[in-house]
Design a protein around this ligand. Structure first.
Ligand code: UD1
Length: 431
């Protein structure tokens, strides 16, 4: 298992290309199950989660290939992948695969919509809370699927196809909204999705589905209306920029100081997080192709934050922001309202000298004048990158273990930060 070694204290300068969004690429890839024709996705990030999903889709009979790079394309340019589900050979998604990546549970929706049946393992426990799938199952049931839980699997059937219905989510769920959308596009009649997630990744999925021939209105608002169609065709679609990667590097610059442009992204995808960063004393400006982030070494101002569904401050940036706040001049309060137990990074940040007190869903972070490097352990995707951010400003050396968590969601992290002057390297193999 690889480790990442960071020697803190360098300011960052230069530019970082922002990859396509993992959380959009995954549902877009899954949507290829809805059509026998080819779906071509551009700007797909090169991440282990994407590779794993290709394997899972391959199991169902999807023919997946990655285009070779053309002359002039940088190594950091995302992949173009072709997905063709001409024949679905298996409607079962086994435990060994689904348990490695929760989002693969979402295959249940296109499989039951197109094939009338699906047998998908329940994802099981997860390091950041219980993360149930009850609302995804509820959504499919509202569209006429019959779902039994059998030996750890959700077994869905709709032998005569799905029919439109009204789905009212009692709480905002991204996965639930993706699932409802993918099921409703092939259901007979009209589906209304109330209290839908408004995340940009939902809009990206809806945009691609519309290119495939779906009839969807209101994606990006709380109410989405879908008129079912009998079949969908192929499409070519470019995955939107990763707002979490964007926010992560913006926080890295805020932490380390310096002047970095984040290319190929848009401020509107993470305005709430950028507004918070601006309050910490970081300068954020738009550039023609992205965002410029600067901090000149002045003090980091503490800011209180509560995570919320989009357009609020994203839970996926909570750990990174907490890392920044460990160096603020004063105390900040960070409330996590989306996932319980999403504070595993706290113990590891404490190893670097951070002072954080937990009280239920609240973390009270008392800024310290200096952090000190130490060996730390990555526990989940976002938590691990928060350790990298802390390490950038820590005195001496930090080694982050179990970086496979990082590889699930951050493409070439050490290369992107290294190119801006960070002292960061990957060490192969676990000591
Ligand atoms: C997605 C993102 C993840 C992000 C999260 C919230 C992907 C691949 N993952 O996860 O990075 O942190 O959105 O922005 O896109 N819930 C239920 N029952 C359900 C489903 C969800 O109670 O059936 C709850 C969850 O426990 C959580 C909340 O709803 O408290 C939001 O979860 P959800 O938006 O569904 O997260 P994911 O789609 O799994």
């Amino acid at each position: 298992m690889d480790r990442i070694r960071i020697v803190g204290g360098q300011t960052l300068s230069g530019s970082i290309p922002i990859s396509g969004a993992k959380n959009a690429a995954l549902p877009l890839m899954i949507a290829s199950l809805l059509t026998p024709e080819t779906v071509i996705l551009e700007n797909v990030p090169r991440l282990s989660d994407v590779r794993l999903l290709m394997r899972i889709l391959g199991n169902h009979g999807v023919d997946a290939s990655i285009d070779g790079k053309r002359a002039g394309q940088s190594e950091i340019t995302g992949d173009t992948i072709r997905l063709s589900a001409a024949g679905i050979v298996d409607t079962t998604a086994p435990y060994e695969l689904v348990s490695k990546m929760r989002a693969s549970f979402w295959v249940i929706a296109p499989l039951v919509a197109r094939m009338g049946q699906a047998r998908v393992s329940l994802p099981g426990g997860c390091a950041i809370g219980t993360r149930p799938v009850d609302l995804l199952i509820m959504a499919l049931e509202k569209l006429g699927a019959v779902i039994d839980i059998d030996a750890g699997y959700a077994v869905a059937s709709a032998p005569n196809g799905l029919r439109g219905g009204e789905i009212v989510f009692p709480k905002v769920t991204v996965g639930g909204t993706h699932t409802a959308l993918m099921a409703a596009v092939l259901a007979r009649g009209t589906t209304v999705i109330e209290n839908a997630a408004r995340e940009p990744e939902v809009v990206d999925l809806a945009d691609c589905l519309v290119k495939m021939g779906a009839r969807i209105e209101g994606a990006g608002s709380e109410r989405i209306i879908v008129e079912g169609v009998t079949s969908l065709g192929g499409a070519r679609h470019r995955v939107l920029p990763d707002r979490i990667e964007t926010g992560t590097y913006a926080m890295a610059v805020a932490m380390a100081g310096g002047d970095v442009t984040l290319d190929g992204t848009r401020a509107g995808l993470l305005q709430a997080a950028l507004d918070v960063l601006a309050k910490t004393g970081t300068q954020i400006t738009d550039t023609p192709d992205g965002i410029r982030v600067r901090r000149d070494g002045g003090r980091i101002v503490p800011v209180d934050v509560t995570t919320e569904p989009f357009p609020g401050f994203p839970t996926d940036l909570q750990a990174q922001f907490m890392a920044l706040m460990t160096r603020a001049q004063g105390t900040s309060r960070i409330r996590e309202t989306i996932f319980e137990n999403r504070f595993m990074h706290v113990q590891e940040l404490a190893r670097l000298g951070a002072r954080i007190r937990l009280d239920g869903d609240l973390a009270v972070v008392e800024g310290v004048p200096a952090l000190k490097g130490a060996p730390v352990m990555a526990t989940d995707l976002r938590a691990s990158v928060s350790l990298v951010i802390a390490a950038l400003a820590a005195e001496g050396e930090t080694v982050v273990h179990r970086v496979y968590h990082l590889d699930r969601g951050f493409e070439q992290l050490e290369r992107k930060l290294g190119a801006c002057g960070a002292m960061i390297e990957r060490l192969s193999g676990e000591k």
